[in-house]
Design a binder for this molecule. Structure first.
Ligand code: PHE
Ligand code: CO
Length: 288
């Protein structure tokens, strides 16, 4: 095996991608998109997921996402990364690259810092249609790639990659990964006085999309970078806390300062549970 698979969280479960691929996985964890390996059932799964999810977006997904989604190209079958890249590179200088599954932190951050977004190339089995425990091509493409067409979000993702490499040097990957979780994966934003989703984990989930935006149960608070980095998260249920921004420019600006002093501060602060609330939390309300 050329490269080691990544194992996330405390899971004992081995990641399910094939990390050898007959020597086709490079040292940076990228590999060719194994297009010939997709079966008719795989293409059908993608097409049905795309159809169901895109029908759910109006009124729940942010404008930028809805506007960019058609740029993914074909939806009746799994798109070729090459075709997406022809448009994406022209739009923002980003490219998608195939990977065999989850990859370790440093290679992940390095790809992002170089404006390359790693996309798992395999798709879930039909019996996993509604729920999958690790990201597959549908989550990675449908959830993450449309917003890479947005110039501000695209710059933010690159800055995150560079920030990840710094966090790694400072031993703060866990703190920074919480920010990723509560923004890039599960972030909400206010648009025209209403809550909308921009996080990939929400946008690629049939169940969590309406839950995150509309359900009365979870708390929705305005993003505070330090607060988000203190907050643990659940990987096996809907979120109990969502953090809300007003624009991608605001997210970019809030995360632009050097995090080194924040990481130091965090070391002296206690972590917060996923459902904890603090008196200083600013509720997002429904009008901006
Ligand atoms: N500005 C952060 C730092 O100095 C890096 C970062 C950028 C983190 C964007 C998240 C998002 O470490
Ligand atoms: Co994701």
């Amino acid at each position: 095996m050329a490269v080691k698979p990544a194992v996330y969280g405390n899971s004992e479960r081995p990641p399910r991608g094939d990390y050898s691929r007959g020597g086709e996985v490079a040292a940076d964890y990228t590999c060719p998109q194994n297009y010939a390996a997709y079966t008719a059932a795989d293409h059908d799964t993608y097409s049905r997921l795309y159809k169901r999810q895109s029908a759910l977006l109006p009124g729940l997904a942010c404008d930028e996402f809805i506007a960019a989604l058609p740029s993914l190209g074909v939806s009746e079958r799994i798109p070729r990364f090459e075709d997406i890249n022809n448009k994406l590179f022209k739009a923002t200088g980003w490219e998608v690259v195939a990977v065999p599954g989850l990859i370790p932190e440093v290679p992940f951050f390095t790809l992002l810092a170089n404006r390359k977004f790693p996309v798992t190339d395999w798709i879930r089995k039909p019996e996993e249609f509604d729920y999958i425990v690790e990201p597959d091509i549908f989550h990675d493409l449908f959830g993450h790639v449309p917003l890479l067409f947005d110039p501000v979000f695209a710059d933010h993702m690159q800055a995150y990659g560079a920030g990840g490499l710094k966090a790694h040097r400072l031993g703060a990957c866990e703190q920074l990964s919480r920010l990723y979780w509560y923004t890039i994966e599960f972030g909400l934003m206010r648009q025209r006085g209403e809550i909308r989703a921009y996080g990939a984990g929400i946008l690629s989930s049939a169940g969590e999309l309406a839950y995150a935006v509309k359900n009365a149960e979870p708390q929705r608070i305005m993003l505070d970078v330090l607060r988000a980095m203190r907050t643990r998260y659940k990987i096996d249920s809907y979120q109990q806390t969502y953090f809300v921004i007003d624009s991608f420019q605001q997210l970019f600006d809030m995360t632009a300062p050097d995090f080194t002093p924040l990481y130091q501060q965090l070391r002296r602060m206690k972590e917060l549970a996923a459902d904890e609330s603090l008196p200083e939390d600013a509720p997002a309300g429904t009008s901006a």
